[in-house]
Design a protein around this ligand. Structure first.
Ligand SMILES: Cc1cc2nc3c(=O)[nH]c(=O)nc-3n(C[C@H](O)[C@H](O)[C@H](O)COP(=O)(O)OP(=O)(O)OC[C@H]3O[C@@H](n4cnc5c(N)ncnc54)[C@H](O)[C@@H]3O)c2cc1C
Length: 436
């Protein structure tokens, strides 16, 4: 087990940790970074050493579409330049179309894509006078940027190599057992992903379902440039997305029935290339290269509560959704930024950061915000997942009219860019009080 303890006023040594973050993935690490300039003592606990991220020229197969709101969070906590210095890929356009229906997109890429294409929806950053809609970033690039900051933060300990195995409240503090190490914390944050052990220990129930779909992911190189466009085609079996990286590389997310996903994962490369070309109508020409392929089962759930006694859940521990809208980690980063704000403002007002009143504010705020996005994404999945003919017609005409209603379209893009709703301060570039 690796313990990276700092020389600071409050540490494992005096057993007085303010905040223990269980799970050092993207969301847990962002929360800790947002608290790094305070004088709160923080520990991140994770069985995986998140600093040991190998980085080579090949792309990580796990990438995320990152909204403007998330970019603002990374900028505010000072980690964005480190991510840009590695590599981030802006996307300026988004094109969504369907396999079947009256207006199936059949034109070639060199033709006029804005012609009479009934069932294509086109989002263009230029329409919003924005430079881009968002960025596609490898998960390991984000983690590396975050841990560069955490490695030098004097108020943050990293306890890596073992999971948290025991948690119990004694005299109002959480006593945690991590391997042979004991930690005592005022506030416990579960950032330990969709299978959250913390959530289970707190006895927080969830409601949701398996989609009976898996997402196959891989990096591919195409013969035609992706035009800094995120492409998504709804097939009868589920959505297939091409997310633009640099040059002619794209990251694909192909959501489909689990048995089909497994077949696609293991079939010979030449056959996979042909299947993929056919599935996306060779929109970007031939598939020239395919990287390693992996599958992830897809679920939808919401935790019934985001808080427990002196405890809070953030990110996938609190909610998990279909990746078709690329919103999962973006919502998690907003959770992290909101919880950091609630904690900092409580400290600033000399209130206990683990009081029910403080934690309730976080829960009310994020539950309401997340719920609307979770429900909307689930509805899109259902609408496009159905082959009932009247629904097919409805979505075809819906897509047709959507393109012709600029105000509605504008609102939807704003929402997808994360610029809508009750945003935490750092997602709006507003500084938090840090002299606590
Ligand atoms: C195929 C696919 C594509 C996606 N694409 C996008 C996208 O484009 N945009 C987007 O916004 N979202 C996307 N998502 C969703 C996104 O990946 C998740 O929302 C995000 O990874 C959640 O981050 P997290 O930090 O909450 O959890 P995780 O990334 O799951 O991290 C949890 C951490 O907790 C640690 N842990 C687990 N148990 C314990 C324990 N007992 N003690 C201590 N630590 C523990 C784990 O080691 C891990 O480091 C996608 C998801 C999938 C499956």
């Amino acid at each position: 087990m690796t313990l990276i303890a700092r020389t600071k006023t409050s540490s494992f040594l005096d057993n007085q940790i303010d905040v223990a973050v269980i799970g050092g993935g993207l969301v847990g690490a962002t929360l800790a970074c947002a608290l790094a300039e305070t004088n709160l003592s923080i520990v991140i606990i994770d069985p995986n050493d998140q600093r040991q991220i190998s980085f080579d020229t090949a792309y990580d197969m796990r990438v995320s579409a990152i909204t403007r709101a998330s970019q603002h969070i990374f900028e505010s906590i000072g980690v964005w330049p480190a991510m840009v210095a590695q590599r981030v890929s802006p996307f300026r356009d988004m094109r969504v179309w369907e396999k079947s229906g009256a207006g199936v997109l059949t034109g070639d890429l060199t033709g006029d894509l804005t012609g009479d294409l009934n069932s294509e929806v086109h989002f263009d950053s230029a329409e919003l006078s924005e430079a881009q809609l968002g960025h596609i970033i490898e998960n390991r690039v984000m983690l590396k940027g975050l841990y560069q900051k955490l490695n030098v933060a004097t108020n943050i300990d990293l306890l890596f190599g073992k999971p948290c195995q025991q948690m119990q409240q004694i005299d109002g503090r959480w006593q945690l057992q991590v391997g042979e190490q004991s930690v005592s914390a005022n506030l416990l944050v579960g950032a330990d992903g969709s299978q959250s052990w913390v959530r289970q220990q707190l006895g927080i129930s969830t409601r949701g379902w398996d989609y009976d779909h898996s997402a196959l992911v891989a990096t591919v190189k195409t013969s035609e440039p992706h035009q800094e466009t995120a492409w998504q085609r709804f097939l009868d079996t589920g959505p297939l997305a091409f997310l633009p990286l640099s040059e002619n590389y794209s990251s694909i997310v192909w959501s489909t029935r689990p048995e089909l996903a497994t077949q696609l994962q293991h079939m010979p490369e030449a056959q996979f290339k042909l299947e993929l070309e056919q599935a996306y109508e060779s929109k970007l020409g031939q598939i020239l290269e395919v990287g390693p392929r992996a599958c992830f089962p897809l679920r939808f759930f919401m935790a019934d509560n985001y808080i427990g006694n002196s405890a809070a859940l953030v990110g996938d521990a609190a909610h998990t959704m279909h990746p078709l809208a690329g919103q999962g980690v973006n919502l998690g980063l907003l959770d992290a930024a909101s919880l950091a704000q609630v904690i900092i403002e409580a400290k600033d007002a000399k209130r206990a950061l683990n009081s029910l009143k403080v934690l309730r504010r976080y829960e009310r705020w994020r539950k309401a915000e997340n719920m609307s996005m979770l429900v909307m994404v689930d509805q899109i999945q259902r609408l496009f997942g159905s082959d009932v003919s009247w629904l097919k017609q409805l979505r075809n005409s819906g897509m047709h009219w959507f393109n012709r209603l600029p105000l509605i379209k504008h609102n939807v893009i704003d929402y997808a860019m994360g610029l809508h709703g009750d945003l935490p301060k750092i997602a709006r570039h507003v500084q938090l009080p840090l002299n606590l």
